[in-house]
Design a protein around this ligand. Structure first.
Ligand code: CAA
Length: 375
């Protein structure tokens, strides 16, 4: 039912505007509001906390549908669900859940996640943003960049260094509200793809926030970031499924219409073999994503259950698969695939980011290898 609801919404309301959103780099305010109404901004958050009370498998299904229509809209949804609602649900106090999680999960507010900095992406614990305690307050200084939803978010979860001598154990997370003095966003970044999903650099200049807005323990921030990304990677892997599916479906339709050598190109083995490989890879990726999502569902009740490796495998395979599928789909379309009159070039550009954000393919291999070597 969730899949069908998300598909109906995506095909009826999102797909028709996706090309325009991309072309104009237009932030989809109206679609975000509709996703809030449909429960898509807090899919796996219990309903008493403002969410839809569904599972992480439902979230993966919905993410694929939205992203098949528009990958930009998909990542806006993914950041709010995986990177903001999820850590608030897992690590927030009751007061923080009431004040921040409820409106975010209901889609009344939007969140963003501030981990990456200009000089630390993959090496996430090596951050320069600092928070210094001053009585009941913390003073934050530094900057975060490539922050999806950054220019529009009402709430940010930001990771700071509070004790450099402790390395990763000296990281602390905070909740910062838009409008807090000393907190500001630059204009949206100009990117290769996902044009409608605005990201930006955010600055903290003597930004004071109360200790009540600390998320989790002092020094516990890095584990919050890492376990949050274990969930976020399922969202991005689902986004990659959606992009690849859209490209494959369009290639199949086109191959039935386009004639060459006296017949539709779908009758040519050269095209059939491409379609077969694309379909197989998409399905293999989907199974990895669903496995990771169902493990994340189990982790809700089985304390200590981790799915870092399964999430990394899902993201690595799905993102690289999306790039390969979009590439081959463009090949099926030939010159028309390269034209901005069709969607193929958008899917091709959008696929590429899934190999980079929320952990590059290289970081996914490091996570998988570390788990494999543990035995
Ligand atoms: N869950 C819980 N704890 C974890 C964990 C996990 N998945 N992974 C690591 N930890 C813990 C470790 O157990 C360790 O704890 P102890 O100190 O108690 O031993 C601690 O965290 C430090 O771990 P590591 O020594 O492994 O840390 P590291 O500095 O070597 O980094 C890394 C490991 C995998 C490279 C990590 O830095 C990483 O994932 N980097 C990529 C960051 C990333 O994905 N950034 C994406 C930004 S968000 C984004 O893109 C959002 C957007 O806008 C769309």
């Amino acid at each position: 039912m969730v899949q069908q609801m998300a598909r109906d919404f995506a095909q009826r309301e999102v797909a028709p505007v996706a090309r325009e959103l991309d072309r104009e780099a237009r932030w989809p305010t109206e679609l975000i509001a509709r996703m809030g109404e449909l429960g898509l901004m807090g899919v796996a958050v219990p309903d008493e906390l403002g969410g839809a009370g569904m599972t992480n498998v439902c979230y993966a299904l919905a993410m694929e549908e939205i992203s098949a229509a528009c990958a930009s809209t998909g990542v806006i949804m993914s950041v709010n669900n995986s990177l903001v609602c999820d850590p608030l649900l897992k690590f927030g106090s009751d007061e923080q859940k009431a004040k921040y999680l409820k409106p975010l999960a209901a889609g009344e507010q939007l969140g963003c996640f501030g981990l990456t900095e200009p000089s630390s992406g993959s090496d996430a614990s090596n951050m320069q943003t600092v928070a210094v305690r001053d009585g009941d307050e913390w003073v934050i200084n530094g900057s975060k960049n490539w922050i999806t939803n950054g220019p529009h978010a009402d709430v940010m979860i930001v990771f700071t260094c509070t004790d450099r001598s402790q390395g990763a154990r000296g990281t602390t997370a905070f909740i910062v509200e838009k409008g807090t003095p000393g907190y500001r966003s630059e204009a949206p970044d100009e990117k290769m793809g996902i044009h409608a999903a605005h990201s930006s650099t955010l600055f903290f200049e003597d930004c004071r926030i109360p200790d009540a807005q600390r998320l989790g323990e002092v020094g516990g921030g890095f584990k919050i970031a890492m376990s949050t990304l274990d969930g976020g990677r399922i969202g991005i892997a689902s986004q990659a499924l959606g992009i690849a599916r859209a490209a494959l479906e369009k290639a199949i339709d086109y191959s039935k219409e386009r004639k060459a050598f006296g017949k539709p190109i779908a009758k040519l083995q050269a095209i059939q073999f491409k379609l077969a490989d694309m379909a197989m890879e998409l399905d293999a990726a989907r199974l990895l994503v669903w496995r990771a999502a169902s493990l994340k569902d189990r982790a809700v009740t089985e304390k200590g259950l981790r799915h870092s490796e399964e999430s990394a495998m899902a993201k690595l395979f799905a993102s690289e698969m999306a790039t390969r599928v979009a590439h081959q789909a463009m090949q099926v379309f030939g010159g028309y695939g390269y034209s901005q009159e069709y969607d193929l070039e958008r899917h091709y550009r959008d696929a590429r980011i899934t190999e980079i954000y929320e952990g590059t393919s290289e970081i996914m291999r490091i996570v998988i290898a570390a788990n494999a070597l543990k035995g």
